[in-house]
Design a protein around this ligand. Structure first.
Ligand code: HEM
Length: 397
């Protein structure tokens, strides 16, 4: 309980008395006494033209959970709207550092973002016509080689919660789960992590994944002229200023990967492991020269390397913003499943994830030998929430 969490000694020391035989203090607990640090006190604005958690904060937070919910049978449009309104109120408060619970009594918002959207299966339920589903929100096609677990894929509603404090993330997703009761039930949830804020002196530096690679080098940058067009929906309709999120739990077969020597690992990706530089030469930020041949007369960046097959120039310009999180989940029996909760944002999956993944399959991406796509989901994450508005409101207008 609260008394336990705050330390009964502290409460007694503050001069409060507990009634004999009563476990709860007779007065309200004292306010948080632990001063917040710079990481804990940081706020990412919840309201705006676009939802937070997609392109903001620029450097993704250290912890995230992504969850899907399914509507309970018979839920109508009034109940769904009411849920979205409850989530909006909670998200506005929590992201501002207000309305936390006993778990977060000593935490600040820590750059908390809460991003909400709709899966293809929502359409045709709760009074939402099947015809309101954008063509971009068609279920993803099957891809050769994937081994998907349907129970941990898809879902009517998707929620991404991220912050620089794992306690804040869990508390927020727990709150959303409680607020969904009676309207939607949890379907699946994944937890992930990346480097903590304040750990390095260069907050903008690329972070390594669990294969040890610098991952994110060639991500679109907010300063790119094409960034908005790549990530956000422009045009009319209820998805204006929204973005489509592809979620894939991709397991890394690390026992096999770690058997490769570093040169083979680099050939598999197409970049140096230490510096992240392309194998065609230069430093991390040097553009890859896919035409450059080595002394053996073969391309220095191999035909089946990950970056050659994924790059936008060889995919008719297809591009995505990758903001995934590592996972390393202990299993019963002592094992660990590790990999990447792959999160890709785009203005349309048909000019984003789908053609890139198809090209990776077609070209026998060598990195895929060491990965396994285990789950899949697609959500339409609508535009941002104006003051007085609620999440996804445009869908109902
Ligand atoms: C690039 C790792 C899956 C799309 C990269 C890079 C790494 C990497 C280390 C090079 C650095 C960078 O530019 O970020 C991984 C791992 C994966 C994975 C470990 C699975 C566990 C995927 C998937 C897609 C994808 C499924 C999309 C379908 C891309 C793209 C690039 C890239 C578009 C940039 C290519 C370029 O223009 O140079 N990936 N990746 N990756 N990856 Fe992946």
């Amino acid at each position: 309980g609260l008394a336990g969490a705050l330390g009964v000694g502290g409460i007694a020391g503050a001069g409060l008395q507990l009634a004999a035989g009563d476990e709860t203090p007779t007065a309200a607990p004292p306010p948080t006494t632990v001063p917040l640090g710079s990481v804990g006190s940081r706020i990412v604005p919840f309201r705006g033209a676009r939802q937070a958690g997609i392109a903001t904060p620029t450097q993704r937070q250290s912890h995230a959970r992504i969850a899907a919910f399914d509507l309970l049978p018979g839920v109508d449009s009034t109940e769904l709207k009411a849920l979205l309104q409850r989530w909006t109120t909670a998200a506005a408060e929590l992201t501002a550092g207000d309305g936390g619970d006993d778990m977060t009594a000593d935490s600040g918002p820590a750059s908390l973002t809460i991003t909400v959207g709709f899966g293809p299966s929502l359409f045709g339920q709760a009074g939402i016509p099947a015809g309101a589903r954008p063509e971009a929100l068609a279920p993803l096609p099957a891809f050769a080689g994937e081994t998907l677990d349907p129970g941990r894929s898809d879902g009517d509603l998707g929620v991404l919660v991220a912050a620089d404090d794992a306690v804040v993330v869990y508390s927020a997703i727990r709150r959303l789960e409680q607020l969904a009761a009676g309207t939607a039930r949890p379907r699946w949830q994944f937890a992930g992590f990346t480097r903590g804020r304040g750990v390095t002196t260069n907050e903008g530096a690329t972070v390594r994944n669990l294969m040890g690679q610098l991952d994110g080098t060639r991500n679109p940058k907010p300063t790119d002229a094409t960034f908005t067009r790549t990530v956000f929906v422009t045009g009319d309709g209820w998805m204006q200023d929204g973005s489509y999120l592809v979620v894939r739990r991709i397991r890394m077969l690390l026992d096999d990967w770690e058997k490769l020597d570093v040169a083979e690992q680099e050939k598999t990706l197409g970049r140096k492991k230490d510096s992240g530089a392309p194998l065609s030469g230069g430093v991390e930020t040097t553009p890859a020269n896919f035409g450059r041949l080595g002394a053996d007369g073969r391309p220095m960046i191999a035909e089946n390397s990950h970056i050659r097959l994924a790059t936008s120039a060889f995919n008719r310009g297809a591009a995505i913003l990758r903001r995934g999180y590592s996972f390393a989940d202990p299993q019963p029996g002592g094992g660990v499943e590790a990999g990447l909760i792959f999160l890709a944002w785009q203005s349309d999956p048909r000019t984003g994830f789908i053609p890139i993944q198809q090209n990776l399959v077609r070209g026998h991406d060598r990195l895929s030998t060491f990965t396994r796509h285990e789950t899949s989901a697609l959500f339409a994450m609508p535009g941002g929430v104006s003051s007085g508005g609620y999440l996804g409101q445009a869908l109902f207008e």
